[in-house]
Design a protein around this ligand. Sequence first.
Ligand code: PMP
Length: 362
Amino acid sequence: MSQVYNFNAGPAVLPADVMQQAQAEFVHYGALGFGIMEASHRAPEFEAIIQAAEANLRALMGIPEEYAVLFLQGGASLQFGMVPMNLLPAGGSADYADTGTWSSKAIKEAKLFGNVNVVCSSKATNYDHIPAFGTWKLDPQAAYLHVTSNNTIFGTQYASFPTPPAGVPMIADMSSDILSRPLNVRDFAMIYAGAQKNLGPSGVTLVIMRKELAARCPANVTTMLKYSTHIDENSLYNTPPTFGIYILKLVTEWVQRQGGVAGIAARNEAKAKLLYDAIDGSGGFYRGPAKLDSRSRMNLCFTLPKAELDKPFLQGAVAAGLVGLKGHRSVGGMRASLYNAMPLAGVEALVSYMRQFRSCHG
Ligand code: PMP
């Protein structure tokens, strides 16, 4: 089969090595005599997998002992609700930065539990940037500050993170850029991410949180939605998404082989530069709506000179083995998601196609 590069925003491309290893182990895992998907979550083979997945993440991201690493379900969307349910006390207020569709959805859920103070918003300019930290209206009494590190739909990303007022924990939705660049976990009280972009398949949600935060949860929250339940039981309170966790473990091993997060980040930087250079060097044919200082290295959005060209661009791309380039329906244009597993060769093929398309239609 000829090479196809998958630029979808998520679920997304996984490393070829991981797919092959999973295929090789699919029917018979180790000495089990059957597949890991068929194994009990209490089986020693699976316990070894979940422990290795956690240990690998701790090593790759430098996650300190006082943080729990949880493998949950329900996607990042459930975290939009679980965060305020557990951490926003009755009568309290939480700070939220509004930098895109996913931030707005997180805000909507938090409003069900308490007051929300929107510290900044780029909505008026169709979320084309991360507002400068100096303009944020931070509340020193906030229960927490919530940010979305990478805005998957609009193609913007925090180049650095704000410093919340003393005593205010910062919580980040890192669904679309987790494990893509180095960061100091201690700058955050909590990080969460759906796995289906940089970590593995859909169905697993990674939560990294300071263990003591979980004590804030009101008593009347249902057992499954309390962080403390999953911390106390090491994500094995009930049946976790075992196969997804197995793939996530393989992905963490692959990241280690790429030189860890630093190695991955250097490759991500090079891939994004290649595509942004092609956009910026196209004489205005391709345009990136995101402001330069807010450009995402994960989701690169661009438009063509006229909307009528979108269809032929996408059709030609598919014929060239480049799929998943259609922008989100709320934005239009194109979006190339260059997650960790997208090889440089995929970006080179895209840039070459873009050059050729422009020479035919420019
Ligand atoms: N946050 C961000 C930044 C996302 O990109 C997405 C999904 N694309 C979500 C949250 C929602 O994630 P899920 O579908 O896992 O609930």
